[in-house]
Design a protein around this ligand. Structure first.
Ligand code: A3P
Length: 390
């Protein structure tokens, strides 16, 4: 009615009104179509440029991987190394796996808009896409055990592009708890959605207050525990202490009361820490066994890919870290890495890992084994794993 009054007042016939309406509708339609086309074209261009960036990055990774394999083959042939479990796969496999991983990454980019490529350029690119990496409290902790291979475990698992770890031991739950969770989070690395934040402080395993504190942070925290024959672990612990103190007494003098081998000094740190069952019982008051993963320190040396495979499964990660990431360095006597987050060239862990141990009297060793046996059995029973320590 208002329209007809308005038309009447403007002296417009119904025919001219119809023409005006048709023109208006046509104009609206064309302007809408034009805008839609423009937006679609901008978004296509952006997507193509992101894919190109990813491809370049992945090609760079693939070529450094190929380079690493080349060094591996060279080192294998020069060492005459026959350890198949730690040697790299043939380079043809490597290049095919690189190209398939490129495809996987591109597919994941298309479906998720996020790709898991290691290294800083990733973050640059993510920022371009409007994604903001941020710091989070850890989802997973390596809680111990000291001198069992905790550094090796951390360095190996952080090869995974979906794992980001604090570089040094933060000691939040044992030394800096009063500083609060905000302080703790600030010590964590930046992550993007889907990445796991990890921290390792081996003294957590043996510090009484820690299980409850971790529980209060997050009841779902996943806990990784590397364990090793407690006698070798004690010697390793002693070796480390002796390397810092020139006039340290002999191991045999410290491990036993009164200098004879009859009474083991259970108050001496290196001996005490090896009674794993005692500490584990305390953790099990707060966390179910299903949230704990036990890694054999011995196997981590003999077959790192196997143990890291278990860790990836436990953390719900795709098995990305495999035997092709490791090579056995005969001089060092330990598995080493072709590349890591910090270095793109083959390298071993530092000098403080894999030290030569002093000679220890065989009778002292035998007595210690006898001492640990019931505690080891208890530990096997609690974990459901027979580590077969002598
Ligand atoms: P030793 O130095 O006594 O041989 P942590 O990192 O918990 O301090 O453990 C140190 C131990 O990790 C070393 O003890 C060594 O036996 C073990 N280890 C396991 N894998 C290793 C690797 N790839 N390189 C060096 N040491 C490794």
């Amino acid at each position: 009615m208002y329209v007809s009054i308005w038309c009447h007042s403007l002296n417009l016939s119904s025919r001219s009104l119809a023409i005006v309406l048709v023109v208006c509708v046509t104009l609206v339609y064309f302007s809408y179509s034009f805008n839609a086309c423009l937006l679609a074209s901008i978004s296509r261009t952006l997507q193509q440029s992101n894919l190109r960036n990813l491809l370049t990055l992945q090609q760079r990774n693939a070529s450094s991987e190929a380079e690493a394999n080349r060094v591996s083959n060279a080192s294998r042939s020069s060492n005459g190394n026959s350890n198949s479990s730690t040697s790299a796969g043939p380079s043809s496999n490597s290049s095919s796996s690189s190209s398939s991983s490129t495809t996987a990454i591109l597919n994941s980019t298309v479906s998720n808009g996020i790709a898991s490529v290691d290294g800083a350029p990733k973050y640059q690119m993510l920022r371009q896409q409007g994604l903001r990496p941020s710091r989070h409290l850890p989802d997973t902790l390596i809680i111990g055990v000291k001198k069992s291979g905790t550094r090796a475990l951390l360095e190996f698992i952080r090869l995974h592009p979906d794992v980001r770890a604090a570089g040094s031991e933060v000691h939040f739950f044992d030394r800096h708890y009063q500083r609060g969770l905000r302080w703790y989070r600030h010590h964590m690395p930046y992550t993007i959605e889907g990445q796991i934040t990890m921290e390792k402080t081996p003294s957590y395993f043996v510090t009484k207050e820690v299980p409850q504190r971790v529980y209060h942070m997050n009841t779902a925290t996943k806990l990784l525990i590397v364990v090793r024959d407690p006698v070798t672990r004690a010697i390793s612990d002693y070796t480390q202490a002796a390397s810092k103190k020139a006039d340290m007494k002999r191991f045999e003098q410290l491990a036993f009361v009164n200098g004879s081998y009859s009474v083991v000094d259970t108050n001496w740190g290196p001996v005490k820490i090896g009674v794993y069952a005692r500490y584990l019982e305390h953790w099990l008051l707060y966390f179910p066994l299903s949230q704990l993963l036990f890694i054999s320190g011995e196997r981590l040396i003999m077959d790192p890919a196997y143990e890291i495979g278990r860790v990836q499964d436990f953390l719900g990660l795709k098995r990305v870290v495999t035997e092709k990431h490791f090579y056995f360095n005969a001089t060092k006597g330990f598995p080493c890495l072709f590349k890591s987050e910090a270095r793109s060239t083959p390298h071993c862990l530092g000098k403080t890992k894999g030290r030569n141990h002093p000679h220890i009297d065989a009778n002292a060793i035998e007595r210690l084994r006898e001492f640990y046996r019931p505690f080891n059995n208890k530990f096997y029973q609690l974990t459901g794993i027979n580590f077969a320590w002598p």
